[in-house]
Write a protein of this length. Structure first.
Length: 178
C-alpha cells in the first residue's frame, strides 16, 4: 500500500513494540492460559477468517485514510505516525472486546466472561498509558491537538469493523448454505 501511495512506512519500530506487546502478545498469552474444554465446532478456517478479515481491513482503511490526510498535509508526519499507532491499537482492543462473550461451558449467568472482559479493560488502560504517560518512549505526538481526530478514528474503526463483520458473516453463511 505504501509503495502505491509513495508514502513512507508510518510506524517507528518502538511503536510496533507497543502495538505488538499490548494488543497481541499479552492478550494472546493470557487467553492461551484460560481453560477451554469445548471442542472446535464448524469450519475452523472460516471462523478465523470471519473474525480476522474485518479487523485487518479496518486497520488498512484506517491507515489508508490517515495516509491521504498526511499527503494532503492536513496532519503532520508525527501526528500521522501516532494516529496510525492509535488506529491499529484501537482495532486490537475492539477485537478483545468482541472476544469477551462467555462460552457455554462456563455456565456463567453473565453474557460475558469476567476474565476476558477484565483483560480487555486492562489492555485498554495499558495502551492508554503507553500513549499518554510513556508517549516520549513510544514516539507518540501530543494527543490534545489531535483529540478530535482520535475520536473520529475510534468511531470510524467501530463502524467499519461492525459493517465488515456483518458483510463477512453474511457472505460466509451464504456460502455455507450453498
Amino acid at each position: 500500500m505504501f509503495l502505491i501511495l509513495g508514502e513512507a512506512y508510518p510506524f517507528v519500530p518502538i511503536q510496533m513494540s507497543l502495538i505488538g506487546s499490548i494488543t497481541i502478545g499479552l492478550p494472546s498469552f493470557l487467553l492461551a492460559l484460560e481453560p477451554n474444554k469445548e471442542r472446535i465446532k464448524g469450519k475452523f478456517l472460516r471462523n478465523v477468517i470471519t473474525k480476522a478479515m474485518p479487523l485487518g481491513l479496518t486497520v488498512v482503511l484506517n491507515i489508508f485514510t490517515l495516509a491521504i490526510l498526511n499527503k494532503q498535509e492536513r496532519i503532520t508526519q508525527e501526528q500521522y505516525s501516532s494516529l496510525c499507532v492509535i488506529g491499529t491499537g484501537i482495532c486490537g482492543i475492539i477485537l478483545l472486546f468482541t472476544l469477551t462473550k462467555a462460552r457455554k461451558s462456563e455456565n456463567s449467568k453473565l453474557p460475558v466472561s469476567i476474565f476476558r472482559l477484565s483483560l480487555a479493560i486492562i489492555i485498554t488502560i495499558l495502551f492508554t498509558l503507553g500513549l499518554t504517560v510513556f508517549n516520549w518512549w513510544f514516539n507518540i505526538a501530543p494527543l490534545m491537538p489531535i483529540l478530535s481526530l482520535i475520536v473520529r478514528l475510534i468511531i470510524l474503526s467501530v463502524v467499519n469493523f461492525a459493517l465488515l463483520s456483518l458483510v463477512f458473516r453474511k457472505v460466509l453463511l451464504k456460502k455455507e448454505k450453498e
